[in-house]
Write a protein that binds this ligand. Structure first.
Ligand code: NAD
Length: 496
């Protein structure tokens, strides 16, 4: 729980400063066109700031700055031990500015400031620290050619990385791309989502304060179709790392094919199943975590456990517990540390979520929530919502809703549970609850998902790869494996 009170957060919010320009070559600059977009607090409907809306010419400048810094070697050829020191300082600066960063996240996209200050910001600092500490402990290879030849197989930074990220965990998603890419020595042009530009801009400023040279981390706020597309199509971007929807991920593959064949790494959508077997002996824990798995961050989580598959004999008992948990997870003011759920990111997304709920009311049995609400008479909030008796072919069970909407589906045996779980275009994460060790291994092995959590949900750490199967994407964020995305193998063959 955050150490600040509701009143403390409100007074900090009243004086917070929003960085509203692009950050290119170490300086805040307006968009060349002078265009801006409004960043709106979804909990109140108030405009927080008009933010530079970058277009092609701004992307041009940012990529040129990134390229110059990369070729100069000031970061790309700096000793790993030096990169470590700078990134460790950045991790510390994130911690030193915890309250400000948490507030920026909360005001910008509606999440609970309590979660931002205990999960998002500390998580981002921990990831910068983890890659900083790792980078001077990784060795390259010597090929076993034998006498007369010495063959070095080394990993080199790729060059200019474009990173395009979503709004649900703005600072964390930026960090998942920037920390490994910077540790490996690349230069970056980062485009935050238009709903949530502020923490990325502050991150770039803090990175310079930590000692990152100008031009190594550039941030270009702007709309997806303009700034995002310009980055995706740029001829001098070596790699595009994307997190966001599957539909936009597919566009980045096209942009690449139609431009310079840049490497594209996609972390996209999900419809993650949570399987609860009758031999799970702690139904309360399963209910707590199932509720957390779908209501945390208003359900705006790529790996949200949005499909609850329950063995028929325990289904009613589990649903009853979930309805109780939904009742105690109602939306509240995101700045109040006592609130259980925040605001949806914007009015448009709220309308999308409500469309799913309204159509679900005709095809399944609504047992909790189902309404859009306001808090203190304003804002875009949705009640925690549970549908029982959902047919697994129904849109409720197939489409990513990206909101606090749980679909409950009954199954009779293990084979049926696995078949339903895998019958999805997505494969990001899955959870399963059982007291049988054999069943845990058997089922985990057969689920098509990048991460399977057993007797918990959504387990993740900087140490473990995160990413999807099928249309949830490819490549992995986090862990040492993420470094593969931002480096290329170089063979140097020496004859002697
Ligand atoms: P989105 O795809 O709409 O936007 C993501 C980013 O792409 C934003 O920066 C946006 O400006 C940009 N963009 C949008 N249209 C574009 C276009 N035509 N060309 C280029 N760029 C464009 O996604 P969102 O609504 O911001 O986020 C929600 C989605 O993100 C969900 O599908 C969720 O599952 C996914 N997500 C995935 C992960 C993961 O690790 N797999 C993590 C978080 C979120």
């Amino acid at each position: 729980m955050s150490e600040l009170s509701h009143k403390d957060w409100i007074s900090k919010a009243a004086v917070i400063r929003f960085r509203d320009k692009a950050f290119i070559d170490g300086k805040f600059v307006p968009a060349r066109s002078g265009r801006t977009f409004a960043s709106i607090n979804p909990a109140t409907g108030e405009t927080l700031a008009e933010v530079a809306s970058c277009g092609e010419e701004d992307i041009e400048l940012a990529v040129a700055a990134a390229r110059r810094s990369f070729e100069s070697g000031v970061w790309s050829r700096a000793k790993p031990a030096h990169r470590k020191e700078v990134l460790l300082r950045l991790a510390q600066l994130l911690r030193d500015n915890l309250h400000e960063l948490a507030l920026l996240e909360s005001l910008d996209m509606g999440k609970l400031v309590n979660d931002a200050s205990t999960v998002d910001v500390p998580g981002s600092a921990a990831i910068f620290q983890w890659y900083a500490e790792a980078i001077d402990k990784i060795y390259d290879e010597v090929a076993p050619t034998g006498e007369g030849d010495l063959v070095l197989v080394r990993r080199e930074p790729l060059g200019v990385i474009g990173a395009v990220v979503p709004w649900n965990f703005p600072l964390d998603m930026a960090t998942w791309k920037c920390a490994p890419a910077l540790a490996a020595g690349n230069s970056i042009v980062l485009k935050p989502a238009e709903q949530s530009p502020f923490s990325a801009l502050r991150l770039a400023e803090l990175a310079m304060e930590a000692g990152l040279p100008a031009g190594v981390l550039n941030v270009v706020p702007g709309l997806g179709e303009t700034a995002g597309q310009a980055l995706g199509r740029h001829m001098d971007v070596d790699c595009l790392a994307f997190t966001g929807s599957t539909a936009v991920g597919k566009l980045f593959l096209q942009y690449s094919g139609q431009s310079n064949m840049k490497q594209v790494w996609l972390e996209t959508g999900g419809k993650s199943p949570n399987l609860v077997f009758a031999d799970c002996n702690n139904l309360d824990a399963a209910a707590d975590m199932a509720a957390f798995g779908i209501f945390f961050n208003q359900g705006e989580v790529c790996s949200a456990n949005s499909r609850l598959l329950v063995q028929r004999s325990i289904k009613d008992a589990l649903v009853e517990k979930l309805v109780e948990r939904a009742a105690s997870t109602q939306p509240g003011d995101p700045l109040d540390p006592g609130s259980k759920m925040g605001a949806m990111v914007d009015a448009g997304h709220t309308a999308n979520v409500m469309r799913f709920i309204e159509s679900g009311k005709k095809t399944a049995r609504l047992v909790a929530g189902g309404e859009q609400v306001t808090v203190n008479g304003r804002g875009s909030f949705v009640q925690p919502t549970i549908f029982d008796d959902v047919a697994h072919q129904d849109s409720l069970a197939r489409d990513e809703i990206f909101g606090p909407v749980l679909s409950v589906i009954a199954f009779d045996d293990e084979d049926e549970a696995i078949r339903i779980a895998n019958d999805s275009p997505y494969g990001l994460a899955a959870s399963l609850w059982t007291d049988s060790l054999s069943r845990a291994h058997r089922v985990a092995g057969r689920l098509h998902a990048g991460t399977v959590s057993v007797n918990t949900v959504d387990a993740l750490s900087p140490m473990t790869p995160f990413g999807g199967f099928k249309q949830s994407g490819f490549g992995r964020d986090l862990s040492l494996h993420a470094l593969n995305k931002y480096t290329a193998l170089k063979t140097t063959w020496i004859k002697y």
